[in-house]
Ligand binder design. Structure first.
Ligand SMILES: Cc1ncc(COP(=O)(O)O)c(C=O)c1O
Length: 384
């Protein structure tokens, strides 16, 4: 049996997404910039894709740009805002639990003369709104806060945060990394005081190498990739047509099935937690089932085990999980997220992340729990 429980790292493309990608490669292979019919047709299909994703996000078509993925969207927003607004100030704010595509961009800007405030996190994975408010100054040009954390699933209250930022300094711009929340948490962009927002295709059963960036009308961003003026001048380069059309198909499915998808993820998460706690002793769960946690991520520690060993034992059983953030888990060292939450080293060492999708089933969870129990008990015996 193969059970894929690493959906925060990436998701399996849905069948109709694959069909849309193949169709784009076989039929819609024209260059959208070409003046002939083959190009114009593709241009039209990109326009429709943009319209559909913008509608799902709750923004205008002209406010949504295609990029190569979440990492690039975060870079365009953060670097672009910093560069376009540095005359107004050089203070920028983020949190200690951001994805490396945000954290390393801030580190780079720090090296280029920007002053950075890295906000602390509490033991549950949440920022302090009071500390955020206190951090905003006259010269703060940007605050970047992730919506859902990819390792533990904590949700930062972006509606409240947006209001708070603008209340303190109406000129401070607010960027949100919504790569783990898009599709899993319902929101309407026009109701939020957010200036830029990053999303990614492969986290929502779309293709890899495609993403998007919302930029509120009127916000100044200096492009980091220059060229032929594609994507309304923000991101040059011939469009990734198969990626865009596959992404649009993934979003179309979300639009139609989101309520059911969220319900299934919530069910699987609660069922997994209840079962794992009932079956295995000395498990510490780092992701709650409350509304302040995303429906798809469960981070937990199996005391007396080593997560990497456990991960590979489970792989042998056909179960795919993660020992932290997929993008950083190959590097040595402790998870920066769990460390920021002040979780003890022994617990970080034994922490495993499982992340579900609406395509997972109860039977898969039953199988996964049985195998996790077997492997944890074996490992505890060996390590004793
Ligand atoms: C919170 C978060 N931000 C950004 C990214 C990067 O997205 P992409 O893989 O599309 O570059 C990820 C991917 O793991 C993520 O989880």
């Amino acid at each position: 049996m193969e059970v894929y429980l690493d959906n925060a790292a990436t998701t399996k493309p849905k069948k109709t997404v694959i069909e849309a990608v193949v169709k784009a490669m076989e039929e819609n292979y024209g260059n959208p910039s070409s003046l002939h019919r083959k190009g114009v047709e593709v241009e039209k299909s990109i326009k429709n894709a943009r319209k559909l994703i913008a509608k799902t996000l709750g923004c205008k078509d002209q406010e949504f740009y295609f990029t190569s993925g979440g990492t690039e969207s975060n870079n365009i927003a953060i670097r672009g805002i910093a560069e376009a607004n540095h005359r107004a100030g050089k203070h920028i704010v983020t949190t200690k639990i951001e994805h490396p595509s945000v954290l390393n961009t801030f580190k780079d800007l720090e090296g280029r003369g920007y002053e950075v405030t890295y906000l602390d996190i509490d033991s549950g994975g949440f920022i302090s709104l009071e500390k955020l408010e206190a951090s905003i100054r006259e010269d703060t040009i940007l605050v970047s806060i992730m919506h859902v954390n990819n390792e533990v699933g904590s949700i930062q209250p972006i509606q409240e945060i947006g209001r708070l930022i603008k209340g303190k300094n109406s000129k401070t711009l607010f960027h949100v990394d919504a790569i783990q929340s898009f599709g899993k948490i319902k929101f309407i962009l026009s109701n939020l005081e957010v200036d830029t927002m990053a999303i990614s295709g492969h986290k929502v059963h779309g293709p890899k190498g495609i993403g998007g960036l919302y930029v509120k009308k009127g916000i100044k961003i200096k492009p980091i990739v220059t060229g032929g003026g594609h994507e309304m001048g923000l991101r040059a380069g011939t469009e990734n047509v198969p990626g865009i059309l596959g992404f649009a198909e993934a979003v179309r499915i979300i639009m139609e099935e989101q309520d059911q998808q969220i319900k299934q993820m919530k069910f699987l998460k609660s069922y997994f937690i209840e079962k794992i706690q009932g079956e295995i002793k000395d498990v510490v769960i780092h992701s709650g089932t409350e509304e302040s946690f995303a429906p798809h991520i469960i981070n937990m520690s199996f005391m007396g085990t080593k997560s990497e060993v456990l991960l590979h034992s489970l792989e042998g059983d056909g179960i795919y999980v993660s020992s932290g953030s997929a993008c950083s888990s190959k590097k040595k060292g402790y998870s920066h997220v769990l460390s920021a939450m002040k979780i003890k080293e022994a617990l970080i060492d034994s922490s495993l992340r499982i992340s579900v999708s609406d395509t997972n089933t109860k039977d898969e969870i039953d199988y996964a729990v049985t195998q996790i129990k077997k492997q944890v008990e074996l490992l505890r015996k060996i390590m004793r």
